[in-house]
Ligand binder design. Structure first.
Ligand SMILES: Nc1ncnc2c1ncn2[C@@H]1O[C@H](COP(=O)(O)OP(=O)(O)OP(=O)(O)O)[C@@H](O)[C@H]1O
Ligand SMILES: Cc1ncc(COP(=O)(O)O)c(N)n1
Length: 490
């Protein structure tokens, strides 16, 4: 076999793309295989049910099968809907003549919608196909029908039936437990010698399961060609299926039981759904709406706006702010050192300078020089600066940028909101005005632009990490705004 397994699906169609060969081709691709498809029957169906089935003659089916196997070396085969005895026997004869490796049979009898997908004599003809396959994947109902027994209603019954079918035909049987009550998505693999192994994956709470069985069997065939055992292939296929079921919620296909999303895992990895910077901006800002509301409601911020803040709390805040700004300037210098471009390096270095020079100048109007930078850092100050130093020490520019952003953005926002509501004669008016400085606004906008541009082009995992760090910094902002009034009340 080459690097990419060549996997053939022999199955019926689903024009809405959720089941049958359409699902199989996507599932084979998602598992890293090259998919091919031979159509057994054309099904007029959608997510709500089956309307009609057109059965091409079996001579043409044999023609399709031979066209593939005469030309292409097959690494695995998945067999789905065989519809009736004539089709099943044509496939049986082709299997007997070509003996492809790793054949998975999904004995499709009924669709998720409850509609029958089998015609005359299929059940008995399937018994002739099964011995030519390696793995059969019946659901609870199909397993019962294949054995001529009532469907299992418990795990011990299902395992017993899987073991009996495996022994009867000398194949492996993966009895799918999707329709049995359990907290996980559990299937039982029974070998012809009576050995049983249980495989579990996360169960997804969803109604959108159209094509689950088809997708699993196609994925299994592909993974089997890429690994050395069914035991290795099954967990891979099941993990992927759980993720694809979960991602099915993002699809809006049909009004019935919608399809799983076989390629969602690849879209995530390839950044297909990466947001643009504007979307990141809105998402991050909305993601701290609760914290921003609490900041605006702190006794410190409302007291500043109304001019009623205890001057001792304000003095305490200024002293802590200076201590904070000195550390913040160090953090910004480290961020500058990590910047990938000279422009961004200069920007953060400028921010660092501003934090110490510009801001300190504002503070000097309120604090005598000998009291500047002398306060012992309060716990909220230390916790905030420790967090920022820790993030920048990791050496990752994108998370460093996300961590420093709330300080600029929230302060600017607080100043802006206070400016709108400040009462005449407010003793803190000068201070509030300093936050509405156009230079501060420009700097904030540029920092937002840098952070959201990096986030937009980052992987999902990295973007999530950036947002988490951004929120943690915003939590420290809240604690910092709460501290002055807590300290002066104590
Ligand atoms: N809600 C779920 N979350 C995760 N995995 C599931 C869920 N439901 C079923 N599965 C898994 O999907 C595969 C198909 O199982 P199921 O028993 O539903 O087969 P099926 O009846 O052939 O499929 P379908 O429901 O599409 O007709 C099994 O591996 C099963 O464990
Ligand atoms: C052509 C075809 N094959 C199989 C199924 C079963 O689908 P499901 O996986 O939802 O049971 C289907 N609906 N259509």
């Amino acid at each position: 076999m080459g690097a990419v397994p060549r996997v053939l699906s022999v199955a019926g169609t689903d024009p809405t793309g959720g089941a049958g060969i359409q699902a199989d081709l996507k599932s084979i691709a998602a598992a890293g295989g090259y998919g091919m498809a031979v159509v057994t029957a054309l099904v007029a169906q959608n997510t709500t049910g089956v309307r009609a089935i057109h059965r091409p003659d079996t001579g043409f089916l044999a023609g399709q099968l031979n066209a593939v196997s005469d030309d292409v070396t097959l690494d695995a085969v998945k067999i789905g809907m065989l519809f009736d005895a004539g089709i099943a026997r044509t496939v049986r004869d082709w299997l007997a003549a070509t003996r492809p490796p790793h054949v998975v049979l999904d004995p499709v009898l009924v669709a998720t919608s409850g509609d029958r997908l089998s015609g005359d004599g299929l059940e008995s003809a399937l018994a002739e196909v099964i011995p030519l396959t390696d793995l059969v994947t019946p659901n609870v109902a199909e397993l019962g029908i294949l054995l001529g027994e009532p469907a299992a209603v418990s795990w011990p019954e299902l395992i017993g039936q899987a073991t009996r079918l495996a022994a009867r035909h000398g194949v492996r049987v993966l009895a799918k437990g999707g329709h049995l009550a359990s907290d996980d998505a559990r299937d039982a693999l029974a070998g012809p010698g009576g050995e049983v192994r249980i495989f579990s994956a996360p169960r997804v709470d969803t109604v959108h399961t159209h094509g689950t069985g088809c997708s699993l069997s196609a994925s299994l065939a592909t993974h089997r060609a890429r690994t050395d055992s069914w035991e290795a292939a099954i967990p891979r296929a099941k993990q992927w299926l759980s993720a694809s079921l979960a991602a099915g919620a993002d699809l809006d296909v049909g009004t019935g039981r919608g399809p799983v999303s076989p390629l969602a895992v690849l879209w995530d990895r390839g950044g297909v759904h990466a947001p643009d910077p504007a979307t990141v901006r809105t998402t991050w800002w909305n993601g701290i709406a609760d914290l921003r509301a609490r900041i605006h409601d702190t006794a410190f911020v409302t007291g500043l706006g109304q001019g009623t803040l205890d001057p001792r709390a304000f003095a305490w805040f200024l002293a802590q702010d200076l201590v904070y700004l000195r550390e913040f300037a160090r953090v910004l210098s480290r961020t500058a050192a990590l910047a990938p471009t000279p422009e961004e390096q200069v920007f953060w270095a400028g921010c660092s300078r501003d934090a110490l020079v510009g801001e300190t100048e504002v503070h000097t109007r309120w604090i005598e020089p000998r009291h500047r930078f002398t306060a012992a850092p309060a716990p909220a100050t230390t916790r905030y600066t420790d967090h920022l130093l820790a993030v920048t020490t990791r050496g990752d520019y994108a998370t460093a940028v996300a961590a420093v952003l709330p300080c600029l953005w929230i302060y600017h926002d607080v100043g802006h909101r206070l400016g709108l509501s400040t009462v005449a004669g407010n003793p803190f008016a000068d201070w509030i005005r300093s936050y509405q400085d156009p230079g501060v606004e420009r700097m904030t906008e540029q920092a937002i632009d840098i952070a959201t541009t990096h986030a937009a082009s980052a992987s999902d995992a990295r973007r999530t990490a950036m947002q988490a760090v951004f929120r943690t910094s915003a939590e420290h902002e809240l604690a910092f705004f709460r501290a002055p009034t807590q300290a002066s009340a104590a």
